[in-house]
Design a protein. Structure first.
Length: 327
């Protein structure tokens, strides 16, 4: 007997394990489960499954009863893996339990796979993230790097999209990721309507989630934090690496190494991201000409701003402003 009942809907399977965080399961059902076409037809069928059906412990004071087993993974076109508070083994060793490994082995070729929060540890342990971009909760980033050095971890984004494999940061970033996947599948109008219905923002901090999302706040208790704070106040002028290193009383070599350890980025990459963010803010909130925005964001010329914005977001400054200009 088939797990999914509606052949005209995109089948989504959520793989839960003991220690489930209920919000992460609820987000998937709330968003995919309510997504509708313009004529009101449901677009997805969402089912919850577990390596072994039955009562699944959560980190709250109630269990979740799951009636479907891992066979659902073989029928799904999208599989989503939320985090678990009981993932001590994978966090300690980087290895999956036999039951979880066997469940993931049922996923068919071409299936889209996504994780929420530290669910990325499960995808990495299964070998699905090798050589690919990924993110996870910033508190777990250091441990993730230790266990999976072959994954291109970026702890400064809300989610990553590498085509058939996607990852998101904390619990709330799962909302951004789900809306992004729905937008990718069915367009901005469907995702925006769904966001309004669910009473969540369709995009975070004035930017749209279908583009590279905003960075999450970085921990301030770090040795390079003062240099980053100093640079953020001076994005409009050239900033040399030796200036940043001097702000932290380090050699350039030590500063560069420490900076990458703390942010996951080189100083140049970090400055470019911050300047793109500044340009986005000015495009959204002001009517300044592009050349002026380029100067204030530190790109120097309008041509340089256009190049960096297109590389980061896939759009020109004028197209971005037309979409996101705050009235």
């Amino acid at each position: 007997m088939a797990v999914f009942r509606y052949p005209d809907r995109h089948p989504v399977a959520v793989l839960v394990r003991h220690g489930l965080i209920p919000m992460e399961l609820g987000v998937v059902h709330q968003l995919f489960g309510r997504a509708e076409s313009a004529d009101g037809k449901p677009l997805y069928e969402v089912v919850t499954c577990a390596p072994e059906p039955g009562d699944i412990r959560t980190d709250a004071d109630f269990p979740v009863r799951v009636g479907r087993g891992p066979e659902a993974l073989g029928e799904a076109r999208t599989v989503i893996v939320p985090a678990s508070r009981d993932d001590d083994e994978v966090h300690a060793t980087g290895h999956l339990s036999p039951a979880t490994a066997a469940a993931l082995a049922r996923i068919g070729p071409g299936t889209r796979i996504a994780s929420v929060c530290t669910g990325a540890f499960v995808l990495a342990a299964a070998g699905l993230l090798k050589g690919r971009p990924a993110t996870t909760h910033w508190k777990s980033a250091a441990r993730f790097r230790e266990l999976f050095p072959d994954v291109v971890l970026d702890p400064c984004v809300l989610y990553t999209d590498d085509g058939d494999v996607l990852t998101s940061a904390g619990e709330a970033a799962g909302i951004d990721l789900c809306l992004h996947m729905i937008r990718r599948d069915h367009g901005a109008a469907v995702a925006a309507s769904l966001a309004r219905h669910t009473v969540v923002p369709p995009h975070r901090e004035g930017g749209q989630a279908q583009y590279v999302p905003r960075p999450v706040p970085e921990p301030r208790l770090s040795s390079t934090a003062p240099a980053r704070a100093w640079a953020e106040e001076r994005l409009g002028r050239p900033i040399a690496l030796h200036e940043l290193a001097a702000r932290s009383s380090m050699s350039v070599r030590t500063f560069s190494r420490r900076f990458r350890e703390e942010t996951g980025l080189t100083p140049v990459q970090w400055l470019t991201r911050r300047r793109v963010e500044r340009a986005r803010e000015l495009l959204e909130e002001t009517d300044l000409p592009v050349d002026r925005i380029a100067a204030e964001a530190g790109f120097g010329t309008g041509a340089s701003l256009r190049q960096h914005l297109r590389a980061a977001l896939g759009v020109s400054p004028s197209a971005y402003r037309a979409t996101f200009r705050v009235p």
